[in-house]
Write a protein that binds this ligand. Structure first.
Ligand code: CTP
Length: 398
């Protein structure tokens, strides 16, 4: 039986955790409860033990029995970690990497999808620090289910009530399904800019933070795919579940893409590959007086076009950075490069895209189906793109 780990912290809405347990059990899951010490002041662990048939875990060191590695064992078994209700304190600890009880230590060890359902007073929920912590965790792939407006335990009427049990359970089951949807597949994602050097200190590059590729690689990994992320220079922290390959030049990126493309089922070229290079890279630093002011450039190879030529049954996704006629130009690139999907970016929109966590893209399929995402976080956009990739896989397998 698949195991769901339910983290319970000290909010008045803790009584709803019992219903969450029952609903997951009705769907065939085994539930293991982890409680904070304060939560046990509201409800005795005995009730959760009676409901689940599993001993409730609270401390790392209990009854002289070594539970200190149990979090690692459990992490290997869990298909989902739900924290409901989640207090501001638990969210803060998770965001800061504090692991001082079983629940927070388990989060640090967990590799399964994580769903957090906050419940607290409205002022606490809307506080800048709480929102910062939520954003930080969202950026790390944690899914949040927003609290509702209504009567709060403190007597206030406001935002902060635990989301409905049915919503939490549905979202949890969806996360589990998604976390397996690409199991058995290999996904190759590229991201970031490339650099084409003139000498050892000067280079030509494209504006790109690499965040879009990074989010796509993360989403692919969360869906269970073996994921390879080939990225140009950037300062994104790598995810231990993803094979990361760092490159600098378009030539290096091409070599690495070719190395992994054969074994990949899905290739997503989100990298902003520099189209031009200097005829030859000079080692050392050219003295400015000896540098001619006109430099001849040559073209780098188009990696995606090469992939498109021999794509076979692979699903190939390209990006298009366009300053005008975005969708029309993107469609032309889709045909020219023989792609299944192209993601069109209108680079003239201010405040999104480059170096931003947000974007607004149009996803165009080969058959013309077009999805306009509207402005969203790159994480959300990566999910929409991966859903569309899965739709192509579904069509190919029909
Ligand atoms: N691309 C590539 N190799 C290159 C240039 C681009 O693989 N040398 C890929 C990008 O990763 C992207 C797609 O091709 O997925 C389109 O890139 P874009 O810069 O929008 O278009 P270009 O083909 O370079 O054409 P143009 O610059 O004229 O718009």
């Amino acid at each position: 039986m698949s195991k769901i780990i339910l983290g319970v912290s000290s909010s008045v809405s803790i009584y709803k955790s019992c219903e969450i347990i029952r609903s997951f059990q009705e769907k065939g899951y085994d539930v293991q409860v982890l409680m904070t010490k304060n939560a046990s002041k509201f409800i005795s662990p005995l009730l959760f033990k009676a409901l689940t048939g599993n001993k409730v875990l609270m401390d790392l060191f209990n009854d002289g029995v070594s539970e200190d590695i149990l979090h690692v064992t459990l992490a290997g078994e869990a298909v989902l970690f739900v924290i409901a209700p989640a207090t501001a304190n638990v969210i803060g600890k998770m965001a800061s990497g504090i692991s001082d009880d079983f629940l927070t230590t388990f989060y640090t060890a967990a590799t399964c999808p994580v769903l957090v359902a906050p419940a607290m007073n409205e002022k606490m929920f809307l506080k800048g620090k709480t929102q910062d912590n939520i954003r930080k965790l969202q950026a790390a792939g944690v899914r949040f289910i927003e609290p509702e407006k209504g009567y709060l335990a403190c007597g206030d009427h406001g935002y902060g009530r635990l989301a409905p049990v049915s919503g939490i359970v549905e979202e949890g089951v969806l996360l589990i399904r998604k976390s397996r949807s690409l199991k058995g597949m290999t996904v190759l994602v590229t991201g970031g800019p490339t650099r084409e050097y003139l000498d050892s200190v000067r280079f030509l590059t494209n504006r790109s933070s690499g965040k879009m590729g990074f989010e796509l690689a993360g989403e692919s990994e969360r869906r269970g795919a073996k994921t390879i992320f080939i990225s140009g220079p950037g300062n994104l922290i790598s995810n231990p579940g993803i094979k990361s390959v760092a490159v600098e030049t378009a030539k290096e990126m091409k070599e690495q893409v070719e190395k992994y493309a054969g074994g990949s089922d899905i290739i997503i070229m989100a990298a902003a590959v520099c189209d031009f290079k200097f005829p030859k890279q000079i080692s050392g630093k050219i003295k400015k007086d000896s540098m001619p002011l006109e430099v001849k450039l040559s073209r780098t190879e188009d990696i995606l076009s090469e992939i498109g030529k021999n794509k076979g049954t692979k699903v190939v996704v390209g990006f298009a950075a366009e300053a005008k006629n975005t969708e029309e130009n993107a469609r032309k690139k889709l045909v020219k490069k023989n792609l299944d999907i192209i993601v069109a970016n209108n680079i003239s929109k201010k405040g999104i895209g480059f170096e931003s966590d947000r974007n607004d893209v149009t996803i165009i399929h080969r058959d013309g189906k077009t999805i306009r995402t509207g402005e969203k976080s790159k994480l959300e956009i990566s999910k929409i793109i991966m859903d569309e990739v899965e739709a192509v896989i579904g069509r190919k397998n029909r």
